[in-house]
Design a binder for this molecule. Sequence first.
Ligand code: NAD
Ligand code: UGA
Length: 444
Amino acid sequence: MKLAIFGAGYVGLSFAACMAEAGHDVLCADADASRIEGLQQGQMPLHEPGLEALVAEGLAAGRLRFTADKCAASMHGDVLFIVVNTPADAEGEVDLQHVMAVARSIGQHRDRDAVVVCKSTAPVGTAEQVEAVLRDELSQRGAVHRIAVAVNPEFLREGSAVRDCRQPDRVVIGAADPAAIDLLTQLYAPFVTDPTKQLLVMDRRSAELTKYAANAMLATRISFMNEMARVAGHAGADIEMVRRGIGSDRRIGPDFLQAGAGYGGSCLAKDVRALRHAADRDGQVLRILSAVEAANHEQKGRLFDLMTHHFEGDIAHKTIALWGLAFKPDTDDMRDAPSLVLLERLWAAGARVQVHDPAAMPNARAIVGERGDVRWCDTPEDALEGADVLALVTEWPVFRRPAFARIASTLKTPAIFDGRNVYDAVEVEAAGIAYYGIGRGRSV
Ligand code: NAD
Ligand code: UGA
């Protein structure tokens, strides 16, 4: 099939490369001309495991091409995917300008029938708005092409985007148009083992809401576990044991029960906010999601609270080694990262920070600049030199099995604040290091 993909970000680029790998002829467009120039030369604009090789393979085979020409992209192929950013403001109002810009461009340039697919996460009713914009543009130039609009939300995770694209748990297709359903079914059938169970065809509004409900459910599980971690900390219980204890119940399942420094990233918080806001506008108060948001806001301050307790309120002039900045491992994405909250709190309290992250330091630097007292370190060990204590914020594999004896001899007052509960408290304390986890014994 010939596909046009608008948006070469975390989702668009991963999706484009995987579709090219599957044998399709893919033209991927982005409004950012410098991103496109780089991609045409095989330079990656983002860090995503396995993606660089896949892009190179697609380019070499001629199945994956990049363009900044929206007109060329609007004319390409049978199915056109809109995969642009849909940010939400502090209230949760979603900015659809990029989605609508693509719709307008397709309406202005398309020279034949097409299926347009909304893959960006967008509020219920967006596909109808996209359809109206397309119809308006077509009618302004007297064009009579049939353009069907479908919804196909994306559920991939950053850090495993390629794997998730290749092997999705399920594919949601929101459409009424038989030709659109048929094309999307053909496109996705090779990616699932049981199309009858994993390809879920539904109406567009349900597909749009499914995406928000999925992210809201994931955020709810995390906030629930973070709340249980507080209970565990005070009760002298270990949340990791509780996690295993409840996760082995098939009705609950083991995933997304990890307590930690709060959920970050470009989507969970944004989508919970947007869902709550949209419901609010319809006169419905979503009490659970308001609590999920509030709990996550508090949780992002958890590591700082533990440190304040450890230093008996006096963090000024202390030097904190910080391992991990990205909102999760295997990505350079700093959007809504819990580390940003910790940095701001530490700086406000007069602390110095020495950080290392395997991929996110350039993006972090672009966000925080040289605002606070920070040393950017090339290795995890560098970050420890001269530091009082260590905080782990992102559980990159490189941080998982450190030499505790070396940490004990390097830190001035050896203590680890384990924001992702990856270390064994007994092993850490046996090395002479005080251990603080999330919901594991030492409570404040
Ligand atoms: P991103 O910010 O990484 O990438 C978006 C890209 O779209 C940017 O490169 C931008 O320049 C480009 N763009 C903006 N306007 C354009 C236009 N008019 N024409 C062509 N390109 C344009 O965003 P992302 O993280 O890839 O997310 C894209 C969408 O997918 C969002 O709606 C998001 O909520 C959703 N989503 C994201 C993830 C994720 O893990 N990041 C997962 C599932 C769904
Ligand atoms: C999330 C969803 O998992 C994807 O299905 C969805 O497509 C995507 O949002 C989106 O819409 O953008 P992503 O944000 O990439 O994916 O990463 P997650 O693995 O969900 O992690 C999000 C945050 O939650 C991270 O900060 C992570 O550390 C935290 N988390 C995750 C926990 O604190 N505990 C857990 O058990 C799992």
